[in-house]
Write a protein that binds this ligand. Structure first.
Ligand code: SF4
Ligand code: SF4
Ligand code: F3S
Length: 266
């Protein structure tokens, strides 16, 4: 049952593609309507709120004032830090300015997706705007739920932990909850036996690919990537990249766009 007082949530969008919100809209445990109407009290979220323009801005100011020190701030997207934040603005104010104003007033800041957690795609080289993850940009501690997109089940797990135990879950050195990011993809992968037997896919579309062999030689970054995709899967447990025949590109690791590419090797 939902608690009497649903925790207020202010969801900020910065430099991002909205893929994290899109992933959240597909959550099934619980469905999104239950999550935003019965479990949480979402006070501000640019993609799903009815208000627009000045009315939306007022809603943000109102929520931050009313729930000062009590709301959970969930940030999607990274923050431009060079040129006084000039590379990213909402309603004439830079992401940096908005984040500096809102984040310190939150009870907790959750960075959802690799952009908010570590900079992600907007921070990929040459990164002219000086994009950074929220923690780096503001010099604060955040709980990070990386992934591009992240699995919404890990946000739900974090929120449930907070509601039931009154605290956030234990984190690793990169700010990620251990319950979700404690093991590598490789250590949970159903193709692991093929890796051990040196049965590799060397070319997409080959017989080995059809047999579901290991994708290491076509670029799989599963051995260096911490996430629970093989267990949690996406879209109601339907599938995940490696199960669908695609190598893991390391999307939940810091700087994956620069350090894990090229994503395909042949
Ligand atoms: Fe989009 Fe990925 Fe950034 Fe989420 S982490 S906003 S899915 S680019
Ligand atoms: Fe590891 Fe990737 Fe091979 Fe799975 S497909 S066993 S994650 S290298
Ligand atoms: Fe990302 Fe690899 Fe999972 S690419 S979605 S961490 S399998």
């Amino acid at each position: 049952a939902a608690p009497a007082q649903r925790p207020p949530v202010v969801w900020l969008h910065f430099g991002e593609c909205t893929g994290c919100s899109e992933a959240l809209l597909r959550t099934q445990y619980p469905y999104i309507d239950e999550l935003v109407l019965e479990v949480l009290s979402v006070e501000y979220h640019e993609t799903i709120m009815a208000a627009a323009g000045h009315q939306a801005e007022e809603q943000l100011q109102h929520a931050v004032k009313k729930y000062d020190g009590k709301f959970i701030c969930i940030v999607e997207g990274s923050i431009a830090t060079k040129y006084n934040g000039g590379y990213g603005k909402v309603a004439g104010r830079s992401f940096l300015e908005i984040a500096k104003e809102v984040c310190p007033k939150a009870a907790a800041v959750i960075s959802i997706g690799t952009c908010a957690a570590y900079g992600g795609v907007p921070a990929a080289a040459p990164n002219p705007g000086g994009y950074k993850g929220v923690s780096d940009a503001l010099g604060i501690k955040t709980l990070n739920l990386p992934g591009c997109p992240p699995n919404p089940i890990n946000l739900v797990g974090t929120v449930v932990n907070y509601l039931l135990l009154g605290k956030l879950p234990d984190l690793d050195d990169s700010g990620r909850p251990l319950f979700a990011y404690g093991k590598t993809i490789h250590d949970q992968c159903p193709r692991r036996a093929h890796f051990e037997n040196e049965e590799f896919v060397e070319e997409f579309g080959s017989e080995e690919a059809a047999l579901g062999y290991c994708l290491y030689k076509v670029g799989c970054r599963g051995p260096e990537t911490y996430n629970n995709c093989p267990i949690a899967k996406f879209n109601d447990g339907t599938s995940w990249p490696v199960e669908a025949g695609h190598p893991c590109i390391g999307c939940s690791e810091p700087n994956f766009w620069d350090t894990m590419s090229p994503f395909y090797e042949e």
